[in-house]
Write a protein that binds this ligand. Structure first.
Ligand SMILES: [Zn+2]
Length: 353
C-alpha cells in the first residue's frame, strides 16, 4: 500500500533528508562519541513504538504551529516549535540502548512523556503514604480567547490565595496542613469557541478535597462558577490518576462535549493551541504544595565510547521511523493506524480560535 505523508510534513521532508546526509558523513569521521543519560531500552518495542507515534504527532503539529507563527511574524516562538520539531531527530544506539538529545520544551510530546515518567517515579512513593488520596477538579466558567490570559492569571492567583491562607493558619498553630499536587490544564470547545483553564489535583484525604472545593467556590462566587462543576472522588488506581493529573500542557486533539462524543471526531485546532500555549507560558504546569520530596541525586551520566561501537539513526518522516544511516533499517517498526493518519492529514483546522 502506498504510504501517505501527512500534508504539513511534505514541505519539511527535503530539508530533513538533506541535513540527514550531511550529518551522517560528519559522524563517520568522528573517532569518539559521547552519550548522555541512561538511554532507552531497545528491547522494549512497545515503548519504542510509543515514541515513534509521539514523534509523528509532534512533527505534524510543530510544522503547523511554527508555520502559523511565522505567518504572524512571531519568530521567537516559531523557533521554539522548530526546535521541538528536531527533538530526538538523531538517535545513537549502543549495547542495546538508544541515546538522543531532548529539546526540553513544554510543547514537546516526546519530552513531556519523559517528564511524566520522572514525576511518577518521584511522587508515587510519597503519595502512596497518604491516608486516603482524593482526585479533585476545580473549574470556573469557560471564556473566549480574548480573556484567556486573564483567566489563567485568575486561576493561579485564586489557588495561591487559598494556599497562603492555610499556610499562615498552620504557622499560627492551625491543625490543617494544606498539601497536594496540582496541574494546570486547558481545553478548547470548538462549538462554543471557548476555553476552560482548570486545575487537577491530588490531595491526601476527603476533608481536604471538600475544603478546597468550598474555598474555590467562595473565591469565584456563583457568578463565575457552579458547585456542580467541581469534582472530587477517592483515588482508585493511584498510578493512573497520577498520570491524569500530570498530563502535561494542553491536549493536541481537542475533545468535544461529552454529548457529542462518538458523533464528531477529534480535530487539531492550530490557532487554539497557540492561544493556550501562549496564555500558559508564564505559569508552572505542575506543582506540589505543602510538602517536600526526598532529595534526589542528579543523574548526569556521561559515557564516552569509540564511534565504531555505535549505530546512528536519523528520523525519516516518509516512513515514520528512525532509520539506520548505514543500512536503512527502521528502528521501531512503527506504522500509524489509519485513524491517526487520517487525523494528521485531513482533520486539521487552522482558522477556528
Ligand atoms: Zn523534546
Amino acid at each position: 500500500m502506498e504510504k501517505k505523508t501527512p500534508l504539513p510534513l511534505q514541505k519539511a521532508i527535503y530539508t530533513l533528508a538533506d541535513s540527514g546526509t550531511v550529518e551522517t558523513e560528519r559522524i563517520a569521521e568522528m573517532p569518539l562519541r559521547t552519550l548522555y543519560g541512561k538511554g532507552t531500552d531497545l528491547t522494549d518495542k512497545r515503548a519504542l513504538k510509543g515514541r515513534a507515534k509521539r514523534k509523528l504527532t509532534s512533527q505534524v503539529l510543530c510544522v503547523l504551529v511554527a508555520s502559523e507563527l511565522e505567518k504572524r511574524e512571531e519568530m521567537e516562538l516559531a523557533r521554539t516549535f522548530w526546535n521541538t520539531f528536531h527533538c530526538q531527530r538523531k538517535l545513537v544506539s549502543h549495547e542495546g540502548r538508544t541515546y538522543g538529545k531532548y529539546c526540553k520544551n513544554r510543547c514537546c510530546p516526546l519530552c513531556a512523556s519523559i517528564r511524566k515518567a520522572e514525576i511518577i517515579n518521584r511522587y508515587l512513593p510519597v503519595i502512596q503514604t497518604w491516608e486516603a488520596p482524593h482526585f479533585v477538579t476545580l473549574t470556573q466558567k469557560s471564556v473566549p480567547a480574548k480573556n484567556l490570559e486573564l483567566w489563567f492569571f485568575g486561576v493561579t492567583k485564586a489557588f495561591g490565595q487559598i494556599k497562603d491562607k492555610y499556610k499562615k493558619q498552620n504557622q499560627r498553630g492551625g491543625e490543617i496542613r494544606f498539601m497536594g499536587i496540582k496541574c494546570l490544564e486547558c481545553n478548547f470547545n470548538p462549538k462554543r469557541r471557548t476555553y476552560n483553564p482548570h486545575l487537577h489535583l491530588i490531595v491526601p484525604n476527603k476533608a481536604m478535597a471538600d475544603l478546597l472545593i468550598l474555598e474555590w467556590q467562595k473565591k469565584w462566587t456563583e457568578k463565575y462558577t457552579k458547585p456542580i462543576a467541581q469534582h472530587q472522588r477517592r483515588v482508585g488506581h493511584l498510578e493512573r490518576d497520577l498520570m491524569e493529573v500530570i498530563k502535561y500542557g494542553s491536549k493536541i486533539f481537542t475533545d468535544f462535549d461529552a454529548r457529542d462524543k462518538g458523533k464528531m471526531p477529534p480535530k487539531i485546532y492550530v490557532a487554539a493551541l497557540i492561544n493556550i500555549y501562549k496564555a500558559m507560558k508564564p505559569y508552572r504546569l505542575f506543582e506540589r504544595f505543602g510538602f517536600d520530596l526526598p532529595k534526589q541525586k542528579k543523574n548526569g551520566v556521561k559515557t564516552v565510547i569509540p564511534a565504531n561501537q555505535c549505530k546512528d539513526f536519523v528520523y525519516a518522516s516518509e516512513v515514520y521511523d528512525w532509520v539506520n544511516t548505514k543500512t536503512g533499517e527502521g528502528l521501531t517498526g512503527y506504522a500509524p493506524t489509519a485513524l491517526l493518519e487520517w487525523l494528521l492529514t485531513e482533520n486539521i483546522d487552522t482558522d477556528l480560535a
